[in-house]
Design a protein around this ligand. Structure first.
Ligand SMILES: [Zn+2]
Length: 136
């Protein structure tokens, strides 16, 4: 079994999802082969929750990593769960990578897509605000 999918399945047990019960694990692979995991963390103030993919990404960036090769995402149920639009954009900040979507069941389906395929026409740094703020 792919060690990245295995890591996402394993870490999923630590997801904090008391409100939705939708537990997600993510495992991000850096260009040197390091695997950094994350889980979704919900909050009583719902908008403050964070997805597993971004939790893994932000942890990795905080450890000095900037180049990523693959991310595996494992959610509940029998169908692979894709990253939400926000996570796609957050990941795209660091370039393209392969997104592997799997299920908790080792015999379940696995779907693999390129991030740029999942997020066409993405907002990039070249489009970022460089104009003077209005009214200042
Ligand atoms: Zn997300």
């Amino acid at each position: 079994m792919d060690r990245l999918i295995w890591a996402a399945r394993q870490v999923r047990q630590y997801a904090y999802a008391p409100y939705s019960g939708f537990r997600v694990g993510a495992a991000l692979e850096t260009d040197d082969g390091t695997i950094i995991t994350g889980v979704n963390v919900e909050n009583a103030s719902y908008p403050l929750g964070c997805c597993a993919e971004r939790a893994a990404l932000y942890t990795a960036v905080g450890q000095g990593y900037r180049r990523f090769v693959r991310i595996a995402v494992v959610g509940p149920g029998s169908r692979p769960v894709p990253p939400c639009g926000g996570c796609r954009q957050a990941l795209a900040e660091f370039g393209d990578l392969t997104v592997i979507m799997a299920t908790p069941d080792e015999t379940g389906p696995i779907e693999t897509r390129g991030l740029h395929e999942l997020l066409p026409h993405q907002f990039g740094a070249e489009l970022g605000a460089k104009e003077e703020p209005h009214g200042l």
